[in-house]
Write a new protein. Structure first.
Length: 723
């Protein structure tokens, strides 16, 4: 009877009776998975839900034996912990949500992907901080490598923009930045005159161990939340964008003579007698590229791509140079441009304005009429633009076959189409992203929203700029098989796993993406991009495709550009608004003068800085567009909108409104027709009772229920919950 009773006891649900080897394995697995934590035998019995008396009695002696064998560590008070050797890495914090963050390692080869760190183990690290992390030996329950922040190596930022909330005894600043998940405590004496509900800039001053929130002081009061100028200034402050140009570089710019000396012209090829024009947006003031055109006696065409010679005016080690490097790029917000160079240069000296002699750097092509390059020349030129075209002007002349230079424009357009076709035949990927533009009144209120149309004339300019960038990169690379230091624009081939995931998403919209090999990727993507032109899902799929691709960057490593299908590529054509183009101009002239290759490290550091500033500018531009989209939808007519499910998360469903291209979220907590489970693998929600599925690509009907300017969010609801 006793034997039967014992057998019954050990077979009960939850019983974990094991032999000595199995028990050692279970204990070791648990302690490794809870690296850095200590447990005594009693705590381990409870954690592991060990219920039978034999196994309970075996836990402590097994632990002591494991300690003797060096498998676990033992404290003097008989607490046990993992003795495995952790890895230590450095990386950047991506603070996903208030509960956890991922650490993106500086050296991806040291880890199996990003490291997940729970909020309690972040040691007060914030999004963007560089940190040192201890990586646990075992993966966590999520199947991801987990770790603990040991040290904040470098704070990414210590200033935040937010809205002040004042109570009788204290105040908090609620940050605008979505990835700052802590409100910032401010003593009333440190408010700097800020009033309740005003937007401010707050600087972190203290964050003691054990404090839930950091403490800060208000350094700048921006004004009343919700006002256009205040919100744009908030975005500028949030992304560290300057409000004005500093005095010293401005003074340097003003002191530069606008006279072009004859000895300078003598150093250059003179194109002032050759037909030349610029083609830019109607609101552009900085014209940094021009095209010259003439027919040669042998029947071929000479087409010159002339670029503003910024480095003639901006010299190394000047205040102008240092400020241009610091900014690294111009930033284009919905209502203003924050220029890389002061206006005297960007809109004056360097801008290729019509009817003025201008100094330029050029790539001049001799081409057959079937768009084959038979010869090219790279060097400094002087030009005299005959006409400043807007895109609409130039397109109108091509369409009507009349007006200034319509024959030249028509022929250039035909050439550009042939160049474009060859590029795609060679494997380039055709991404035509949807861009929205707002019509604003004098107060900045959005009156309307329209999708920018890309016409032939836009593609004409694009193709000749791409051609010049390609030939400049190849010229330097071929001099010494890539051993000369140079600034390249590179784009890695996409990860096949991420593309497979994207292909699965595309099928939900009824599109098949066949990619049996890397060689067929571009053809399959181009076919898809053609299919979705003008369809409701175009923007969603284009954005998803771009996210599945690698990011382009600046580097001295002479890799290729996958998206353009170029073996070597650079940025040469926009030095008024991009610092890397200035670097390219300097190095290019250095090699044209037969200079030796400079040390690579300083140039690589400049490339890394430029890539970071480019990313920051893109985020600021997106934030300004999102702000106007939220404001536009807040003012829009109350009605039901057609939309497409553009994302699914455990918190809710993102929907892009088809009419306005604005994206909002239907929050899971508001979906009361059923309890929905999140299927992460298939990016969908499944109703527990009804089994109704909400998945990427679903066409839905939604209504706007709330807009939040501070957070730049739009809350939606499904109409009649019929998703």
């Amino acid at each position: 009877m006793g034997r039967n009773s014992r057998k019954k006891s050990t077979s009960r649900k939850g019983s974990k009776s094991q032999n000595s080897v199995d028990l050692s394995r279970v204990l070791l697995k648990f302690l490794n998975a809870h690296y850095g934590e200590q447990y005594n035998a009693k705590q381990l019995i409870k954690k592991l839900e060990i219920r039978d008396s034999l196994t309970k009695g075996a836990v402590e002696p097994t632990l002591h034996r494991m300690a003797q064998d060096g498998l676990v560590s033992k404290s003097p008070r008989n607490y046990f912990s993992s003795s495995a050797d952790p890895d230590f890495i450095e990386g950047k914090v991506d603070f996903v949500n208030p509960r956890f963050a991922f650490i993106i390692p500086d050296d991806p080869e040291k880890t199996d992907g990003d490291i997940m760190v729970k909020e309690a183990n972040l040691k007060q690290a914030l999004h963007g901080d560089k940190v040192r992390v201890m990586v646990f030996p075992m993966k966590g329950k999520t199947g991801k490598q987990e770790g603990r922040v040991l040290e904040i190596v470098k704070r990414d930022r210590d200033e935040f923009v937010g809205r002040v909330e004042i109570s009788p005894r204290f105040a908090f600043v609620v940050p605008d930045f979505r990835k700052m998940h802590k409100d910032i405590f401010v003593h009333r004496g440190d408010l700097n005159g800020a009033k309740h509900n005003e937007k401010v800039v707050v600087k972190l001053t203290e964050w003691r161990d054990g404090d839930k929130n950091p403490t800060g002081t208000v350094t700048q009061v921006l004004g009343k939340a919700g006002e256009h100028e205040v919100e744009i200034h908030s975005i500028m402050a949030e992304f560290g964008l300057p409000f004005e140009y500093p005095a010293e570089p401005n003074a340097e710019a003003e002191s530069i003579s606008d006279k072009i000396l004859s000895k300078e012209i003598a150093k250059r090829k003179d194109f002032r007698g050759v037909t030349t024009f610029t083609i830019d947006p109607d609101d552009a003031k900085d014209f940094d590229d021009a095209i010259s055109y003439r027919e040669l006696e042998n029947g071929n065409l000479e087409i010159g791509v002339h670029i503003a010679d910024v480095t003639h005016y901006v010299k190394p080690d000047t205040a102008l140079e240092k400020e241009a490097f610091h900014r690294a790029t111009s930033v284009y917000l919905v209502d203003r441009t924050i220029p890389m160079l002061p206006e005297r240069l960007s809109n004056g000296l360097c801008s290729l304005r019509p009817n003025e002699d201008k100094l330029t750097f050029a790539c001049v092509f001799e081409m057959t009429r079937d768009a084959r390059v038979v010869d090219h020349w790279i060097g400094r030129t002087v030009i005299h633009s005959d006409r400043r075209f807007t895109y609409d002007d130039a397109q109108g002349n091509i369409d009507s076959q009349s007006g200034d230079f319509f024959q030249e424009l028509t022929l250039l357009n035909e050439m550009a189409k042939k160049i474009r076709k060859k590029r795609f035949d060679h494997g380039a990927v055709n991404f035509e992203t949807v861009e929205v533009k707002f019509d604003l009144d004098e107060k900045g209120t959005p009156l309307g929203l329209r999708v920018k149309e890309r016409k032939d004339i836009h593609k004409l300019i694009e193709e000749f700029m791409l051609l010049a960038n390609k030939y400049v990169a190849e010229f330097v690379f071929k001099k010494r098989a890539g051993r000369d230091t140079f600034v390249y624009r590179t784009h890695d081939a996409p990860d096949m796993d991420r593309l497979d995931t994207f292909a699965n998403f595309a099928t939900r919209f009824g599109h098949k993406l066949e990619m049996q090999s890397e060689a067929k990727i571009s053809g399959a993507l181009n076919k898809l991009m053609e299919e979705i032109q003008g369809k409701p899902e175009q923007n969603v799929l284009e954005q998803l495709a771009i996210r599945s691709m690698a990011k382009a960057k600046y580097t001295t490593d002479p890799k290729g550009h996958f998206g353009l299908a170029f073996a070597h590529y650079t940025h040469f054509t926009s030095p008024i608004r991009r610092y890397p183009d200035m670097m390219v101009h300097r190095l290019l002239q250095h090699y044209l003068d037969n200079g030796k290759s400079p040390e690579v490290d300083p140039w690589e550091k400049k490339c890394e800085h430029s890539s970071e500033r480019e990313k920051n500018a893109a985020n600021a531009e997106r934030a300004s567009i999102k702000y106007k989209q939220v404001e536009f939808m807040a003012l829009a007519e109350e009605k039901d909108y057609d939309g497409i499910v553009s994302g699914v998360t455990e918190w809710g469903v993102f929907v892009e409104i088809t009419e306005t291209k604005c994206e909002g979220m239907v929050r899971l907590q508001t979906m009361d027709d059923d309890y929905y489970d999140f299927d992460e693998k298939n990016m969908r929600l499944i109703g527990s009772r009804t089994k109704k599925m909400i998945t990427l690509g679903d066409k839905v009907l939604v209504r706007v229920v709330n807009t939040d300017i501070d957070r730049r969010t739009i809350d939606l609801e499904f109409v009649k919950n019929d998703a």
